[in-house]
Design a protein around this ligand. Sequence first.
Ligand code: NAP
Length: 354
Amino acid sequence: MSKELGRVDPISGCYKSKPKSTVRNDCATACCSQVSLCYSLCMSARLLDGLKIRDQIFEELKVEVRELVAKSVRPGLAAVLVGENPASQLYVKSKITACEQLGLASWLHTPSADVSTEQLLKLVRNLNVDYEVDGILVQLPLPAQVDAKRILEAVDPVKDVDGLHPVNLGKLVSNRPGPVACTPAGCMELLRRYQIPLEGANAVVLGRSDMVGKPMALLLMHANATVTICHSKTRDLPEVVRRADIVVAAMGKAGYVQPDWIRPGAAVIDVGTNKVTDPAEAARLLRNFPERLEKFRTKGSVLLGDVHPDALQIAGALTPVPGGVGPMTITMLMSNTVKAARLRRLPNAAVAGN
Ligand code: NAP
């Protein structure tokens, strides 16, 4: 389908013809009565708001936590933060803050950067047998001298709230219940709550990491999408992406996915989180976003996704960066921890969705 002709509305599935000239602000009155469908005529994607969905899920989790606490179960998350990587420190701090907001117990373990594999294994084993600990989070990356695979495999699969243990990856492959990696789980939750149709949709996942690309592709396949997984050796990437009703970009390359690769009306999930500091790169990617460019000039950096910001004019729905997938990752970590507490400590209670 040519982008000049129109687009498929990913919410209703209807094809919308595109008027020759449209003015965004006229939309609510002139184009359509449903604000949620405005983007289909006014050439600007519906934003899939991760902050809003996070707030919704937090409210649901607070109720669940209160119910568990009433049964003497206070879900708890133990975070292991090795060394002093500022980005990791920031991520872990946000996770602990989220625990506090929801009434979860949390513990922070901070081994020094020169910790050995054996020392970390000992810590993980202690957390495995600690009754109060429902979820264990080992913040990645680990220092080079640590065997990260051994550490992740040492986490008790029932406490593996990051969904990275091979047992849980195996469960995901065979579509059995179990903790799922937080970022792809968060992407699915966004798609579900914004009612993006998945069944029969062509989904293209850019990236094949164990943490994002692979589990994302499996989740989409289990939701009956037809999935193509792309990676650095994929040929004709733009053509592959152009066939997609749903694009999930998880490559770690700022603005790599060009607007003209996006099929008009497609839903775009931008997982990429790239800190751009080069003024020329920022100017190129933000040429149509003067306010963001101005902020970049003041701050010296800007957070951009893997999808070129101009895709906003082509896509039917799109996750902003920041404020899209990012907040959903922490949200799903909280959700996995609450679920793990219920499953382990109240095994006879029914758990929705698991
Ligand atoms: P990763 O382990 O580095 O994997 C990147 C993937 O992208 C690899 O599979 C790689 O292919 C593929 N790739 C790289 N260049 C490509 C190209 N030119 N064409 C096609 N594929 C290409 O990264 P990750 O951990 O999956 O993370 C991906 C991005 O998501 C990063 O920006 C990361 O910061 C972000 N992220 C965000 C969140 C969040 O909460 N928002 C969470 C996790 C990750 P090969 O396999 O062939 O090398």
